[in-house]
Design a protein around this ligand. Structure first.
Ligand code: 13P
Length: 245
């Protein structure tokens, strides 16, 4: 089961020691099924890689530039650089990046360049509240997935992260029945349209120690993409402990 911590624009070199307790937990055989991935900001990626060396914890980036080769793109970092630093994962298509200008076309190129670097892509998609209210949820999700994966091979290195935009940071989460049926629809779409045998789908949006016990009951989920609660190791550990018995 995946526990992917997205630190977003938080954290400094000092915060790296916060993860000591998570490193300890990851060593316990009881938690060997927990696939823990930290996605800190670029500025501390390399420190995270060093810190988690010889542990089961993996490190990922939160985005990248779409250009696969090095080039004159001031202020950007591409998938190749992320790979070279020792990260194994990358988040692409997060709604916060979509909102900041990442189009489906750019996302498609980013996924492509990340896969060509053998990074595991955490591909995010999800509807806004307005879209949900208009009953457009599946239509929106389908388009994001279709455009994002268009003409790509090697889809087995993708983890699909369903993150309803309205659920991120709001404390609001779909009830289990609705979430589960949503996940099943997504899974079937991925199987049918992209011939992915067993798509790995994780959920993100206000996952916290209080709602995790109920969320893990959704057996079709392979884990969680966690924002706020992943920055505090106590909460993150609580989530992991409550998910794995
Ligand atoms: P929160 O867990 O803070 O709602 O954030 C979810 C998220 O955006 C993870 O990528």
């Amino acid at each position: 089961m995946y526990f992917i911590g997205n630190w977003k624009m938080f954290g400094s070199v000092k915060s790296i020691n916060y993860i000591n307790s998570v490193i300890k937990l990851a060593k316990l055989s009881k938690f060997k099924k927990a696939k823990i991935v930290y996605c800190p900001p670029y500025t501390i990626l390399s420190e995270f890689v060093k810190k988690t060396k010889n542990t089961k914890i993996k490190v990922g980036a939160q985005n990248c530039h779409h250009e696969k080769n090095f080039g004159p793109y001031t202020g950007f970092i591409n998938a190749k650089m992320i790979k070279l630093i020792g990260a194994k994962y990358i988040i692409i298509g997060h709604s916060e990046n979509r909102r900041a200008g990442d189009t489906d076309k750019l996302i498609n190129l980013k996924v492509k360049s990340s896969l060509s670097e053998n990074l595991q892509v955490i591909f995010c998609f999800g509807e806004t509240l307005k879209e949900r209210k208009k009953n457009k949820t599946f239509q929106v999700i389908k388009k994001q997935i279709y455009m994002g994966l268009k003409n790509l091979k090697n889809l087995k290195n993708i983890i699909f992260a369903y993150e309803p935009v309205w659920s991120i940071g709001s404390g609001k989460v779909l009830n289990n029945n609705d979430l589960e049926s949503q996940i099943i629809i997504i899974k079937n779409y991925l199987k049918k349209k992209f011939k992915i045998k067993n798509p790995k789908i994780v959920y993100g949006g206000s996952v916290n120690p209080n709602n995790i016990k109920s969320l893990v009951e959704i057996r079709t989920l392979k884990g969680f993409l966690i924002g706020g609660a992943s920055q505090k190791s106590k909460k993150f550990i609580d989530i992991i402990k409550k998910s794995i018995n």
